[in-house]
Unconditional design. Structure first.
Lengths: 330, 302
């Protein structure tokens, strides 16, 4: 393995399915935390809801695939309501606790045998994506763009997914420069001030939670179609924290940070993976320090180191404004 | 200029707690609130005259801020009713009260630090079409209104001498400027009643004068003002009527020039019993009870 192919893989990953799904989910997280100040530690639960909503309505209920897309979004919306109604009247930390717990409860629930009839238990659901791939114009197995290559189905979902990510980014951008955006940002800064000025903070927080949740659900739908399956074990809490990492890398509360942060996150993982592997195969890394089997874990350590360095030298993230960041340090 | 009581609408009103006003904008009855065993507020009856400046004073811990929070919906009352402009507003949430025209400020200013000064101001405007979720996506629906709001905000910034900070983050303002911003922002909501919680706290003397002028300006505009304040010079200078609270109750009401002569007020501030020198008998009693407590706690430890 040479460094040239590491570079190619990295670029492929930066525009790949993982980065695309993350970018979408992180836009939702940015609506929650970056703009409204809601501490959501269960974004992966919304992603799961989107995926399972799609999968269940087609595979189990046998509904129209296009309706399935709507059901996926609806599941995420209901999840937001379920979490928001009891917690949004309370202080912010309660939402954090409830979201992380609820997303984990959800994952354990869908993989349990009790509801396997509807969720497929620990094997998840399959066979719901065919209707979408019938529309796939990329019928060849592999497409090459110079040194980069994608499989036909992947290329299909990417050509739909990335423009969708862009579209949602633009919609969120428009929303956040409207008076509605001003209200949620005011709530982020000081909820009581917003209430004293006649804004129904509870309802705005609920709207933001639903919006970000539905965007997370959309990420789940993209993920489910891209993989042609939903697997419960994908939706572990650590995914939410990877999403937070991507958000912080990009810069909290900035329009482009979810996209750039997600690309950066997956790029960093791939580059460190490739570099470590090639060093290891060249014998440059002594065995007692690291074996090939450990690369997978050690690359996450490297991402952690990068994140720590970022916090020290550029705490506002790639796009954030340092001036604004400093104002927050009260 | 202290209000000329002879020409005031309150000229013939007796100086006693809970007295009825000729034209009340806000009236409270039997309002109480306790935190655990502490009865923080227990107000039988109090009303606020429309179009005047009413000061709410009292020693520390008198329950002024709690009373304020109850009136503005930020704390839930245990019992009691409130009427604002003839409508029952008991238990109404803060945002509804604000939309009815009762807008408050806070003792610790709540400037929205990571919004610009002008955005802070624009937030204050009521009934914004662009604040609804779906219309927010389409500027066509709200652009005209937004421009009107911006014009109004700029005029107010001018009046409060904050125009030069228009595009700065509110977090970069000085403490006094934040007080000005908060007051100006409250005016964006076009209130009929402004509730100011310690508007002069932490403001340097030079700015105090300008703030005072702004508060008087509200009265000229026909806006009713209720404010909590510790500084008696300020109270004497701008208020038309003073309500004195102590230990959660209203103990006196009257124009500012007579409050310092009332024995109940003097007792509340200087302490009729708390800080007065103890008699020998009382002192012995206190020492005895303290020793008993000590003995008890030692007994527990061993």
């Amino acid at each position: 393995m040479n460094l040239g192919s590491v570079f190619e893989q990295t670029i492929s990953q930066m525009f790949g399915v993982n980065a695309m799904v993350f970018a979408m989910a992180v836009i939702g997280l940015n609506v929650h935390f970056g703009y409204t100040g809601l501490l959501n530690f269960g974004q992966i639960g919304f992603v799961a809801m989107g995926g399972y909503g799609l999968g269940m309505s087609i595979t189990i209920f046998g509904w129209n695939p296009w309706l399935g897309l709507l059901v996926g979004l609806l599941y995420a919306l209901l999840f937001a309501l379920l979490l928001g109604i009891p917690t949004l009247r309370l202080r912010g930390d309660y939402l954090a606790i409830v979201t992380i717990a609820a997303s984990e409860v959800l994952r354990i629930l869908v993989r349990s045998t009790t509801v396997a009839e509807w969720t497929g238990g620990n094997t998840g659901l399959t066979g719901f994506a065919d209707a979408f791939y019938e529309l796939n114009p990329f019928t060849e197995r592999v497409y090459e763009f110079g040194p980069f290559f994608y499989t036909g189905p992947n290329l299909f979902i990417l050509t739909i997914g990335w423009p969708l990510v862009l579209l949602v980014t633009l919609l969120v951008w428009q929303l956040m420069r409207s008076p509605w955006g001003r209200v949620v940002k005011a709530i982020r800064e000081d909820e009581d001030a917003a209430r004293a000025l006649g804004k129904n903070a509870y309802w705005y927080k609920m709207q933001a939670l639903m919006l970000g949740g539905v965007i997370g659900g959309l990420a789940g739908i993209l993920l489910a179609i891209a993989n042609s399956t939903v697997q419960p074990d994908y939706f572990v809490p650590v995914q939410t924290f990877f999403m937070w990492t991507a958000l912080i890398l990009g810069g909290v509360g900035r329009v482009w940070s979810p996209i750039v942060g997600s690309m950066l996150f997956w790029g960093l993982l791939t580059v460190s993976d490739g570099v470590l592997r090639s060093f290891e195969s060249e014998g440059w890394i002594p065995r007692w320090l690291m074996s090939a089997a450990q690369v997978g874990q050690i690359r996450f350590m490297l991402v952690g180191v990068v994140l720590a360095l970022l916090m020290v030298y550029r705490p506002q993230g790639l796009f954030g404004s340092r001036e604004e960041m400093m104002l927050d340090a009260r | 200029m202290p209000a000329d009581i002879a020409g005031s609408p309150l000229a013939g009103v007796p100086h006693e707690p809970g007295v009825d006003k000729p034209d009340p904008i806000l009236a409270v009855q039997g309002m109480s609130k306790s935190f655990g065993g502490l009865l923080a507020v227990d107000v039988d009856k109090v009303s606020v005259q429309r179009g005047l400046i009413t000061a709410l004073i009292g020693p520390n811990g008198a329950g002024k801020t709690t009373f304020f929070n109850l009136l503005t919906g930020f704390d839930e009352v245990d019992s009691g009713t409130a009427t604002f402009d003839g409508r029952d507003v008991s238990g109404m949430s803060p945002f509804r009260l604000a939309n009815m025209g009762m807008v408050r400020t806070f003792q610790l200013t709540k400037s929205l630090t990571r919004l610009s000064v002008i955005e802070n101001m624009k937030l204050g405007a009521r009934d914004q079409r662009g604040e609804s979720f779906l219309p927010a996506f389409i500027p066509f629906f709200w652009r005209d209104q937004e421009e009107d709001i911006e014009d109004r905000a700029e005029a107010l910034l001018e009046r409060f001498q904050l125009s030069h900070m228009r595009d700065e983050y509110a977090g970069t303002l000085s403490g006094g400027q934040r007080k000005l911003l908060e007051m100006a922002r409250a005016l964006m909501a076009e209130p009929r009643l402004v509730m100011l919680d310690e508007p002069m706290a932490g403001v340097n003397p030079a700015l105090t004068q300008s703030l005072l002028e702004h508060v008087k300006g509200l009265r000229t505009q026909g806006i009713t003002v209720v404010f909590v304040e510790h500084n008696m010079d300020v109270v004497r200078d701008i208020s038309d009527w003073v309500v004195v609270m102590s230990e959660g109750r209203v103990i006196f009401e009257g124009p500012p020039d007579v409050i310092s002569q009332d024995p109940a007020v003097i007792d509340a501030y200087l302490g009729a019993h708390h800080d007065a020198p103890l008699t020998e008998e009382q002192e012995e009693k206190q020492i005895a009870s303290a020793e008993a407590e000590l003995a008890e706690s030692e007994g527990e430890n061993t």
